[in-house]
Design a binder for this molecule. Structure first.
Ligand code: KDG
Ligand code: MG
Length: 402
């Protein structure tokens, strides 16, 4: 089999998505996601200008060789744009392999290790009462694991909370908006939120929380310690992770499990975190971490150190990534949990898919390949619209991590 054609589709059914379609001489095609929130056109251009010309004529079954060619062959290694582009190719090729062999991708990754994938939902509210209502709503929908975020008294905006009545979406159309931040106000508030959630909902529910890279290591250690009585499933991205040994400080102060890595794009971003056992869950996922070929190696390495996966699954990861993640989650041994932030109905219509949710679990479906398609004529009705993630400033105006 030979790759005969490949092209990028950009569509915005509620938010922007970059999808690579690879076609072959046997009439089989595959899809890969290359969406990088707020930087979508860079990946599209990297694919169109630099990657697609190099893969035409190759055998789509050679996923390892093509991965190495695109990674080592570029000379310039890693980085979110490069790795999202490589991921788009890699995931599309595994989709082709599955379709050609008439089997779901999870069978090519080791077969079923479980019957259903534990997923966590997002509950949020402008204050604790509204957050509690949203937890109740998600519990009613069947979720067994729920991430809880709430507005912080004294701050007009914060991560994870919708500004208006609509659902929360991290990227906003137009140029970046500015949010405000105070670690002091936040730290005063979070344990009150979780004390109430446990009081109202008891001990059964798995609870998660995302600090979204805003604390220093010692602040994160303090927060983790304060949250111990509420036994969280995890505390996510407590501090930026470029300085991996920062996590040693957090680990020394708390037994609250730590998840990190949604902005990682290679195992080298997490090597020290894993081998020193400073984290419990790795969030780097397929679209930003180089696809199945690299993530399988990263997950196998993490398994040796008792680190499990907890893949990023926000709305900026397209249904192609969600399908791919569910195949991966089904097959690997050290799966932990999968994030689920549902897409808009328009997005689900543009990407018809086989995966489904029931009683707190998801399944990828048994269609050959990934079980997700792109309706290109519907996609054409939603042209790209510029959108950015917000930026964050401390109360004195200093720019900080969002
Ligand atoms: O593109 C950024 C979002 O995906 C991110 O803000 C969402 O932190 C996030 C999460 O945990 O889903
Ligand atoms: Mg996060």
């Amino acid at each position: 089999m030979k790759i005969t054609n490949a092209y990028v589709n950009i569509t915005s059914p509620g938010r922007n998505f970059v999808t690579l379609k690879i076609e072959t001489d046997e009439g089989i095609h595959g899809l890969g996601d290359g969406t990088l929130n707020g930087r979508e056109l860079s990946v599209a251009s990297y694919l169109t200008e630099h990657v697609i010309p190099c893969i035409i004529g190759r055998d789509p079954f050679q996923t390892e060789d093509i991965w190495q060619y695109l990674y080592r062959g570029a000379y310039w290694r890693r980085g979110p744009v490069t790795m999202a582009a490589i991921a788009a190719v890699d995931v599309a090729l595994w989709d082709i392999k599955g379709k050609a062999l008439n089997t779901p991708v999870y069978n090519l990754l080791g077969g079923k290790s479980r019957e259903g994938i534990l997923v966590y939902a997002h509950a949020n509210g402008k204050d604790i009462d509204h957050a509690l209502e949203d937890v109740a709503r998600h519990k009613e929908m069947g979720f067994k694991a729920i991430r809880v975020q709430s507005g912080i008294p004294g701050l007009a905006t914060t991560y994870g909370i919708s500004k208006g009545p609509g659902r929360y979406e991290p990227a906003e159309r137009g140029l970046p908006s500015e949010y405000e931040w105070s670690s002091e106000l936040y730290l005063r508030h979070v344990s009150k939120l979780f004390a109430q959630v446990r009081e109202v909902f008891g001990d059964e529910l798995h609870l998660l929380h995302d600090c979204h890279h805003r604390l220093t290591p010692i602040e994160a250690g303090r927060l983790g310690k304060e949250l111990e009585p509420f036994h969280l499933f995890w505390m996510e991205d407590p501090t930026p992770a470029e300085l991996q040994e920062g996590y040693k400080i957090i680990r020394e102060h708390t037994t609250t499990p730590i998840a990190v890595g949604e902005v990682f794009n290679s195992i080298w971003d997490a090597h020290d975190l894993i081998r020193n056992q400073w984290i419990d869950y790795l969030r780097m996922t397929l679209v930003h971490g180089g696809g199945f070929t690299h993530l399988k190696k990263a997950a196998d390495f993490a398994d040796l150190y008792h680190v499990r996966t907890g893949f990023h699954g926000a709305t900026d990861l397209s249904p192609v990534t969600m399908a791919a993640a569910l195949h991966f989650d089904t097959a690997i041994h050290n799966f932990g949990i999968q994030e689920l932030m549902p897409h808009t109905d328009e997005t689900d219509a543009v990407f018809p898919h086989q995966y489904s949710f029931k009683d707190g679990l998801m399944v990828p479906g048994d269609a050959p390949g990934l079980g997700v398609e792109l309706d290109e004529s519907l996609a054409a009705k939603y042209p790209y619209q510029r959108a950015y993630l917000p930026v964050n400033r401390k109360l004195d105006g200093t720019l900080t991590d969002w």
